[in-house]
Design a protein around this ligand. Sequence first.
Ligand code: NDP
Length: 282
Amino acid sequence: MSAPRYAVFGQPVIHSQSPWIQTAFGKAQGIDVDYRAIEAAPEQFAAALEAFAADGGVGANVTLPLKEAAFSLCTTTTSRAQRAGAVNTLLRKGAAWHGDNTDGIGLVRDLTGRNSLDLRGRRVLLLGAGGAARGVAPALLDAGILELVVVNRSPDRADALADAMGEPGRAVSRYWDDLRNEGDFELIVNATSLGRDPGASFNLPLSLVNSMTTAVDLNYGEAAIPFLAWARAAGCRNSFDGLGMLVEQAAESFQQWHGMRPETDPVYAELRERAATLVTGD
Ligand code: NDP
């Protein structure tokens, strides 16, 4: 029987750091991990995933733009994947796929573990309502925040995200243009891909920031520069990018496939050294 295979599916997938991260985790744990990047357009994804399973594929990550499609291809899913409506981790169970979403726990581990933030009782502003925002919103609520305010360029998606959380007292949507009336926040999370646009800049009121505010961008590399520049100019106490989340969500996937939790600090340190050259993604 051939060795179990692992992969990340996406389009484009060339910049994904997942093969490097999963191989590094494997080396540290003494496992020879066969993990590759597989480019798949949305219309080819179901067939590519079946071919992968037939060829010994037992676990996969899924990145843009396939996370919602992955959710619909799973026979079973975790409750956090259901709340996100998106899957980034696939595990073969018998002849079917089981889906999970590790993005949210990845962010929370990075915030509370690596950056020692206590999220309990915090007001949190979430910018964006795409796949990544849907993954992190439930995890932030589960971590005990006081309130989650969601804004998005397309307001209907912010409404849908807030509604999907099922906690109208804690998760609410607002218009981006009304943010100046929203008071201040202890945590501001950028889950948009705006920073990828050439010449991007963030139009956010300074009144969002207080003396305790932490700003975190899920992006890293060049795509994180515009938001982190705004955060520093606005006087945020701390600001950091999405590299820590990237490593933590990968560790959670690794644990599900191999039954052991890898050390994340050495892998994070290596990625941090070449952060400026990385292209954002997961
Ligand atoms: P999606 O394409 O699903 O969502 C993109 C989001 O960005 C939407 O809310 C969209 O708004 C918003 N947006 C895009 N362009 C603009 C703009 N010009 N102005 C304002 N808002 C804009 O992407 P994901 O949610 O999957 O990913 C978001 C970012 O997070 C990506 O850059 C991705 O690389 C990063 N990421 C990082 C991870 C990590 O581990 N560090 C994990 C997952 C994602 P609208 O709805 O109006 O289109």
